[in-house]
Ligand binder design. Structure first.
Ligand SMILES: [Cu+2]
Length: 109
């Protein structure tokens, strides 16, 4: 094995251990065109898995300019949104199909 091969092998094992490291998982629901909870705390500096449960019968779109994410979630289903790593701060999001009521924010600490 060359030095380069050993280097690549150790990079690969590092990558796979990172991939299997527990990623913080958070759940949020959409009900009556509102997010519950409307504010979520997330750890700063880490990738986070957000599970968005749409309990309404109608589709909603999770959207955030600050997070650079948008995802349509059909009625009565769920979707995963991977977020971060985020700098500490506040990141508003909204439901694009019901912006009057569906408003929320992530607070990264
Ligand atoms: Cu959109």
């Amino acid at each position: 094995m060359s030095v380069r091969t050993i280097f690549l092998a150790s990079c690969l094992s590092l990558l796979s251990s990172l991939a299997f490291a527990a990623m913080p998982e958070l759940s949020i629901s959409i009900k009556d065109h509102r997010f519950e909870p409307a504010e979520l705390q997330v750890p700063a500096g880490q990738k986070v898995k957000l599970i968005v449960h749409n309990l309404d019968a109608t589709p909603e779109e999770f959207e955030s300019y600050e997070l650079n994410r948008e995802k349509v979630i059909p009625g009565n289903s769920k979707a995963l949104v991977f977020i971060g790593p985020l700098a500490p701060g506040e990141y508003p999001f909204f439901g694009e199909f019901n912006q009057d009521s569906a408003q929320g924010r992530l607070v990264a600490k």
